[in-house]
Ligand binder design. Structure first.
Ligand SMILES: Cc1cc2nc3c(=O)[nH]c(=O)nc-3n(C[C@H](O)[C@H](O)[C@H](O)COP(=O)(O)OP(=O)(O)OC[C@H]3O[C@@H](n4cnc5c(N)ncnc54)[C@H](O)[C@@H]3O)c2cc1C
Length: 458
């Protein structure tokens, strides 16, 4: 059965950006229709029962600088709770020795610590000189975009451990690409978008809180307000026809939505899954090929109790040497069960995916046990988030530019093409790659379109 609709704005994608855009448009009096490829709302945020335990499979953490997300949580009546962080953290050093420590800094040698602090200061200064909405205008943009983050760090310090430890905050920790695969400008932009590099290195800041009921609730509640009747699921958009008069979006199942404007609320690596009539401008055909997803396995392991707390451990572990580089206590709100979450990134994730399932699980748990103890080995539930295997995402956490891409094409990412406007976390200024940035872009684009619709009517 075919479905035909006619609305002011068609929104493609029902993740945080698309639901935010539709919510703000509807609040301003516009008619909307969201077309979503998956059978569910939420995009890269999803909470579900896997292997018998409830896990947050995608985006989950909230930090104090994420004012857009915090404001929406407040507006929607959703609550947050802090990440457990009492007790000692663990650092596995470059020689494979574990150290218990407290505070923000890894227990490295004094010289390495001094170097790390100095590098953080240098990054903070570079980030402070950047406007997150125009990173290509940074005074050193061209120079920083022509060196990989790894190369640039080598020009700044001769201390290999300090360089590796600093690199993981952007490479493994955020972009989920090796530090030789993105530029120093991209790294400075990541820091600038999060407020500063100091914010990125402070896990108590960047991984501060979670949403009671899970981050997916943000999109689900926004979608509820938009109204079920205005959302079509299982409807990948295949063709987008556009002209000065408006757009026609055609999706699976004979869905056809005519609208004055379209919002593309999908990550850039998926733009070319849609056929545009006429074609997009040449520059965008090229630019879109220079943004790509990283790769990460988010590992979830649940236990009868959070046993590490009895050992005086917070559950927080770091190592730039270990197969699992970061671990946190991810116990759900109000649960007596304990949950650990760990991250296996980029090349290591690829190596792990090449193994049989049981061997991979064994190697990952063994790497986690190296830091927290043998109790890790027997979880009651275990799950590996694998977003790269999902057709409507194809990687994790988000898109970043390849070498030289940000300074050359960054400015094209948010420029509308006729009636087509763009919103997603991957092209956000503040909150880049995060739910905050997705919501922000959604609201900003909704604001521009509300104005255009009003002018059009006037
Ligand atoms: C494992 C993981 C951990 C993360 N951790 C955090 C975190 O702790 N904190 C944080 O803030 N962020 C985190 N993120 C990032 C965060 O989840 C994303 O930045 C955010 O979800 C992006 O929202 P979006 O709406 O821009 O895109 P998405 O969430 O990707 O939504 C896009 C939607 O568009 C749909 N779509 C795609 N193509 C089409 C098409 N042709 N037609 C119709 N629909 C289409 C998709 O199905 C999807 O639903 C994490 C992400 C992952 C994967």
């Amino acid at each position: 059965m075919s479905t035909q609709r006619s609305v002011d704005v068609v929104v493609i994608g029902a993740g945080p950006a698309g639901t935010s855009a539709a919510y703000h448009l509807k609040k301003a009096g516009a008619s909307v229709c969201i077309l979503e490829a998956r059978e569910r709302i939420g995009g890269r945020t999803r909470s579900d029962v896997m292997d018998g335990a409830w896990f947050e499979i995608g985006g989950q953490w909230v930090s104090p600088d994420q004012t857009e997300l915090l404001a929406i949580l407040d507006e929607l009546g959703l609550h947050t709770y802090p990440r457990y962080r009492e007790g000692d953290s663990i650092y596995l050093d470059h020689d494979g020795n574990t150290h218990r420590y407290q505070g923000e800094w890894f227990p490295t040698s004094e010289e390495t610590l001094k170097e790390m602090k100095r590098l953080v200061e240098v990054m903070d200064e570079l980030a402070a000189a950047m406007d997150p909405a125009r990173p290509w205008d940074h005074p050193q943009a061209a120079e920083l975009d022509s060196q990989t983050f790894e190369q640039w760090l080598a020009t700044q310090s001769s201390d290999a451990e300090a360089r590796k430890n600093i690199a993981i905050f952007v490479a493994g920790g955020m972009l989920t690409k090796p530090a030789y695969a993105f530029s120093a400008l991209q790294a400075v932009f990541m820091a600038c978008s999060a407020g500063s590099f100091s914010n990125l290195v402070d896990e108590n800041f960047i991984l501060n809180e979670r949403v009671v009921g899970g981050m997916q609730k943000v999109s689900l509640t926004l979608a509820e307000k938009v109204g079920e009747e205005n959302i079509i699921l299982n409807c990948p958009v295949r063709t987008l026809e556009y002209s000065d008069e408006g757009v026609i979006a055609r999706g699976d199942g004979g869905v056809e939505v005519r609208a004055r404007y379209a919002i593309l609320a999908i990550p850039p690596n998926l733009y070319d899954r849609i056929t545009y009539v006429p074609e997009l401008p040449r520059k965008l055909h090229i630019a879109h090929q220079h943004q790509s997803m990283g790769l990460v396995i988010k590992v979830h392991a649940a236990y009868e109790t959070p046993w590490w707390r009895e050992k005086g451990l917070s559950g927080t572990c770091f190592s730039s040497k270990n197969l699992v580089q970061e671990i946190y206590d991810n116990t759900n709100y109000g649960e007596t069960r304990g949950t650990l979450v760990g991250f296996v990134t980029d090349k290591t994730a690829e190596e792990m995916f090449a193994l049989p399932v049981e061997e991979r699980k064994h190697q990952i748990l063994t790497a986690m046990a190296k830091m927290l103890g043998d109790e890790v080995m027997n979880p009651i539930a275990y799950y590996e988030s694998d977003w790269a295997a999902e057709e409507w995402t194809r990687g994790a956490y988000a898109n970043s530019w390849d070498m030289g891409g940000l300074s050359r094409w960054g400015h094209t990412a948010t420029e509308p093409v006729g009636p087509i406007h763009f919103a997603c976390s991957d092209i956000a200024a503040e909150g880049f790659q995060h739910v905050d940035g997705a919501l922000r872009r959604g609201r900003q684009v909704a604001g521009s379109l509300t104005q255009l619709l009003t002018e059009g009517k006037g």
